[in-house]
Design a protein around this ligand. Structure first.
Ligand SMILES: *Cc1c(COP(=O)(O)O)cnc(C)c1O
Length: 385
């Protein structure tokens, strides 16, 4: 299974049915460009999420970029974005030569702080320049306080893009994560809960908008036999082979959610009572997919820092990582405006300073997870006693 028996943070886990869809495409010589697997994957993905339409593309990043194009984000515009995220959430803002403003997290979800968002929007209104969009991220599978965030944005008439790249299969008040904004974004990158090797999707209840997204994603070709173009487009569509992998993966998504949640439960059983350790909380009325089990380790109490834990695990060929480095701390975004949760209290700085992600792949065996748990236990015991 694993390369060199390494235990990964999150590695691809096939269902076995992917080959069936790929074979069908080969049998029909429907290798490229679009085709039955693309149509099927889009239909099945929309059905799974109970949303009207889905457009599949080459990456989650491309889907965010298309969402910004659909919302007419242009040079000089402002876009708000969660600070505690992977850089892919924010890069498309720069593709459009727009200006990002980063919003802090809150402790209950580790996601966008409604308080910070409210302050940022009030200021923006005062300055006479509201953002064209707010990109809300659902970190490690946990939904943000999406009702509160959408209500605040609605009050200012600003559309929400829900970056659900990490929360596919999670629910919020019984509804699928990624379906709450004007647009939702999923990723099928190699490390995500399901993968097509690389890929993404843009979802919406606005079918017309998604038709426009498909148009932009295929070089914005005007309906003419000769190649005519009136708008700037991209080559962003998913291939029919890649979509075949997606169809096979979608069949077992719910099983993968159960498996990742079970992995979280085992970590929680082992360390839930250890003083100085706090797992990413689960907001009530939500069911996160627990894409990655994330926790904070306070070295003042445990006697060991997350950096030391990561290197101890690394020595045993086990991959663990710090929590994402917030965007407002990235050299790329030097000088960008940032709204912390409260004056003088930046939650994402805290989470970055103490946060750790443990191996959480659905193909990790119980024995492998026990190995991780044993190493951690030994490390904590060394210092606690
Ligand atoms: C993975 C990820 C993306 C980007 O998806 P790609 O398919 O890798 O382009 C965007 N946002 C977040 C939060 C992610 O984790």
């Amino acid at each position: 299974m694993a390369v060199n028996n390494r235990i990964f943070l999150s590695s691809p886990h096939m269902s076995g049915n992917e080959q069936k869809y790929i074979q069908k495409a080969f049998d029909l010589n429907w290798i490229a460009p679009l085709g039955n697997n693309v149509d099927g994957f889009e239909r099945e993905l929309a059905e799974y999420n109970t949303i009207k339409d889905a457009a599949v593309v080459v990456s989650g990043t491309a889907a965010i970029h298309l969402a910004l194009r659909l919302l007419n984000v242009k040079s000089g515009d402002i876009v708000f974005c969660s600070s505690l995220t992977f850089v892919a959430s924010a890069n498309p803002i720069l593709y459009q030569e727009a200006t990002p403003v980063f919003i802090d997290s809150e402790m209950d979800t580790w996601n966008m702080s409604p308080k910070a968002l409210e302050r940022a929007l009030r200021d923006a209104k005062g300055n006479g320049k509201l953002p064209k969009a707010v990109i809300v991220v659902n970190l490690y599978g946990q939904s943000a306080r999406i009702d509160e965030l959408v209500d605040i944005c609605d009050a200012y008439g600003v559309p929400v893009i829900e970056d659900a790249a990490e929360s596919l299969g999670s629910t919020y008040k019984g509804r699928k994560s990624g379906t709450f904004g004007t647009y939702g974004v999923f990723s099928f990158n190699g490390n995500k809960i399901i993968t097509t090797s690389g890929g993404g999707a843009l979802v919406s209840n606005d079918k017309e908008a998604l038709e426009k997204a498909r148009f932009l994603a295929t070089q914005a070709r005007d309906p003419a036999v000769h190649y005519q173009h009136s708008e700037l487009g991209y080559n962003y569509r998913m291939s029919n082979i890649v979509a075949g992998i997606g169809r096979g993966q979608l069949e077992i998504l719910d099983e993968r959610v159960q498996q990742r949640r079970a992995i979280f439960e085992r970590y929680y059983e082992a360390f839930g009572d250890v003083e100085g350790i706090e797992f990413q909380p689960e907001l009530e009325n939500t069911k996160p997919n627990r894409w990655l089990t994330a926790l904070t380790v306070d070295p003042e109490i445990t006697g060991i820092s997350h950096h030391e834990i990561i290197s101890q695990l690394s020595e045993k060929n086990i991959e663990a990582r710090p929590v994402w480095k917030p965007m407002h701390l990235q050299p790329l975004f030097d000088g960008v405006k940032y709204y912390s949760h409260e004056e003088g209290n930046s939650v994402s700085d805290y989470l970055f300073e103490y946060g750790l992600c443990l191996p959480s792949g659905s193909n990790m065996s119980n024995e492998q997870q026990d190995k991780v748990i044993d190493i951690l236990k030994r490390e904590f015991e060394k210092t606690v006693f």
